[in-house]
Design a protein around this ligand. Structure first.
Ligand SMILES: Nc1nc2c(ncn2[C@@H]2O[C@H](COP(=O)(O)OP(=O)(O)OP(=O)(O)O)[C@@H](O)[C@H]2O)c(=O)[nH]1
Ligand SMILES: [Mg+2]
Length: 329
């Protein structure tokens, strides 16, 4: 529900700081990116924030929780809420992720529906479009992602198809805006937050200046390892991966200004055959995963680390309520 200048900025799903007050000119609020898996939501979130706040991959269903990234403008603060791709669920995990998205959409001020330029609009998109229309009277914006992948003419045709989709789900009212972007090519990346901010309520800033994410280190570290593990695996394996950080300990013999941390991480898979793939011949794949993730974790923690990776089988965890709870879903 959109806010007026004198309403309190509290919305049930979000912990807002006390200092969020009304403002005459400043706009601040929450906008959610939704769309099918692989539509480019997380890549766009990172591009707009100007920092990596969400992991991305070429595999569908990469994002598994909502991630907030903050874009700071002169007269606005746009809190982007990246969500898992909406799809027909085949597992209990998929069902829970869809529920998470629905819950998030109810809480944000506006919704941006991401439709990749290089894929025809399909039943999945129509399902999402009608779903977000049912979220009440909040601005619905269409963002055509990956526009670098098609010709100008194809982009034009796609924009028309997106406009038609908007007309059909909103009883002729249409989208509040239709914006083509390319997160990779930089097209409209600077302009998009300014356009989206116009749909935010008048409010004082919600986050301290410069803060781009409120994700805890531990959660982000597990995501960085999962991102590295997703690289080069196929079929069902991407979905079977889950990662948890068991422990982060500082080595006592190191000076305080040059800490060295031991980071112990478990990579879960669903079957022994998958365990063998992730470990690789003589541990080669696991080593690669570590080498990819380690520099990014060091950057995040601001310290050198030893990354201790273990692979465990957690049979069919995607369908097991107890295991899902344990993994935080
Ligand atoms: N060419 C091109 N590729 C892009 C662009 N944006 C994203 N991609 C690619 O599209 C794939 C999916 O990107 P993600 O950002 O992970 O997609 P997502 O919508 O977050 O996917 P889920 O989290 O699975 O729902 C990755 O391989 C990206 O590199 C873009 O602007 N141009
Ligand atoms: Mg994503």
């Amino acid at each position: 529900m959109s806010q007026t200048a004198d309403s309190t900025p509290h919305r049930p799903g979000f912990d807002l700081p006390d200092y969020a007050e009304a403002s005459d000119t400043f706009r601040a609020g929450f906008l959610s990116f939704v769309g099918r898996p692989n539509a480019g939501k997380s890549t766009l979130t990172n591009a707009l924030v100007g920092d990596k706040v969400a992991i991305t991959s070429s595999k569908p269903q990469t994002t598994r929780h909502t991630i907030r990234g903050v874009v700071h403008g002169d007269d606005f603060q746009l809190v982007l809420v990246d969500t898992p791709g909406l799809h027909r669920p085949r597992t209990l995990l998929g069902k829970r992720l869809n529920e998470l998205v629905a819950q998030t959409l109810a809480d944000v001020d506006a919704i941006a529906f991401c439709l990749p330029a290089n894929e025809a609009i399909g039943p999945g998109d129509r399902f999402i479009a009608s779903h977000i229309r049912d979220m009440g009277r909040k601005p619905l914006i269409a963002v055509v992602t990956k526009s670098d992948t098609v010709s100008k003419q194809q982009l034009g045709e796609h924009l028309l198809a997106v406009a038609e989709l908007g007309e059909s789900v909103t009883d002729g009212e249409g989208w509040a805006a239709i914006i083509p972007v390319s997160a990779k090519g930089g097209f409209h990346v600077a302009e998009l937050p300014k356009i989206l901010a116009k749909f935010m309520p008048l409010s004082a800033p919600l986050y301290p200046i410069g803060k781009v994410s409120d994700e805890e280190d531990v959660k982000f570290i597990s995501e960085l390892v999962r991102e590295a593990a997703l690289e080069g695996v196929r079929d069902e394996l991407p979905h079977s991966l889950a990662v948890t950080v068991e422990e982060i300990t500082a080595r006592e013999d190191r000076p305080a200004d040059k800490p060295f941390l031991d980071v112990r991480v478990t990579v879960y898979v669903e079957r022994p055959s998958q365990k063998a793939i992730i470990i690789g011949r003589a541990g080669s794949r696991l080593k690669e995963i570590g080498a990819t993730a380690r520099p990014e974790i060091e950057r995040r923690l601001g310290a050198r680390i030893y990354l201790d990776l273990h692979v465990k089988v957690l049979k069919d965890w995607q369908r097991d309520p107890k295991q899902l709870n344990r993994l935080g879903f």
